[in-house]
Write a protein that binds this ligand. Sequence first.
Ligand SMILES: [Zn+2]
Length: 313
Amino acid sequence: MSFLQEPEPQRGVALDVLPGIRRVVARNPSVMTYQGTNTYLIDGEDGLTVIDPGPKKDAQHVAEILAAAGSVPVKRIFLTHTHTDHWGATAELQAATGAPVFAYKVSAREGFTPDVKLEDGDATAGFTALHTPGHAADHLCFEYRLKDGRKILFSGDHVMSWSSSIVSPPDGDMLDYYRSLGLLLARDDELYLSGHGPLLPEPRKLVAQLLSHRQHREGTILAELRAQEWGVAELAIRLYNKTDPFLKIAAQRNVLAHLLKLKAEGIAQELAPGTVLPEDAPVMVGPPGDVQGESGGLMEQMRQDALRRFGLL
Ligand SMILES: [Zn+2]
């Protein structure tokens, strides 16, 4: 796939991306977040719009956003989704700016309600929200038009320039992910600015590749199911040769998401779960603290999910 790389971006300053658009890259690099979360600052007629405040417990990142804003008021805060590495600093940034928070009307994060509940198609200050569930149930992309007329899309973690996205049930849903990729394929955005990684030109080329990559993966899973029944952990080990523990877990979550899609489509069925994890199953240390959640409950859920078994219907 034609993913893009970039050298480590300069930290602590707002970097020019496009006319009127800058980004501050948070200090949370990892195998899941690349160089760190992109916080975008967009100049508008009444002040700034900030997209994705960034990770939790990073007062320095918030201070850098405020420094980049300078004397220009932050008028609104948009969230592409409520995973910790995007949403974490929302309360701090709101406290410092008083700006309202705009996010999808139904939040996937317990205890969080946005000030402005967005629906698919809602327009605000030149941005149009697009509901794109799949990576996260509450994921929004934001369409925006540059002064020179070019149509761009803030694509969050739905489509990233540097890597494919994890689809981790139940917040992540593979059927939704396919649909949301299809939605972007039917559009004519010229550039994507994603939640991690550099600006993406010719974005539809990558969207098409991401979709066919998943279809290919699904075909492989189906072929394996035709031969025998599979546990999620065993199938992930068979299909992916990842060595990094976080990537192993990501692979396992993606396999589960594919199996649940096949189940929802009436092709596969879920069987009684296994009781013992294979020896080379990834150690359940969970995703990097910053990505999705911190609770012990999540760890236990992932262990249970690794034991789930599926066969053809
Ligand atoms: Zn995410």
